[in-house]
Design a protein around this ligand. Sequence first.
Ligand code: URA
Length: 235
Amino acid sequence: MRLDKLLSHAGFGSRRDVKELIKKKLVTVNNEVVRKVNIKVDPDKDIVEVNQKQVIYEENVYFMLNKPDGYLSATIDNKFPVVTDLINGYDHYDLFPVGRLDKDTEGLLIITNDGALNHKLTSPNYEVPKTYYAEIQGKVTEEDVKLFSQGVVLDDGYHTKPGQLKIITSDHLSKIELTITEGKYHQVKRMFKSVDKEVVYLKRIKMGEIKLDESLKLGEFRRLNEIEMNYCHSL
Ligand code: URA
């Protein structure tokens, strides 16, 4: 690929900024000072350095974010903050969230620039299970568990696929975990609405084999680790 594209992608600014670096003789490829902007390099073989520091080129990047309440699962909005605003230092990648969490939903959101992975994790054909922790107004019952296991009918007539509902505590406020394999709009909230109950707090805790890292505070992110990346590649 073109050296200026590689450097721009690796965070060294626009192509014009890269041109300046080259002009200042700060860029080397395999220890030779670069004099032309439009040379080509092989990111897997050539050693590219800026200011004597090796540039690690990554085409795709993968993050786990603990999404806080108040952020839209979008890349741009003129009214509310968006989740990609939280991934500081990676503005030069075209990052987007994998699937959507409602503005008031917290928890696990994968952020990447890899469209193929996005498709696999969100397409209904792959049936990747997503697990949510939720707090529900009122008592969640064994009858709800049974109904969810058969799939419920949402307000628009859609019959959901089976959901696995686990009651953690059941009281005037119930705590539950629900695993579903699809992602219809407001699905968890609407599934509870179908049994006359209201979700008052919602957090995604797992997607496929990727679990929310509980050491991440709300709004914090980290790279996916090797095990998580291996899972993504296995899809
Ligand atoms: N289901 C919902 O209702 N909201 C979410 O954010 C995710 C799943």
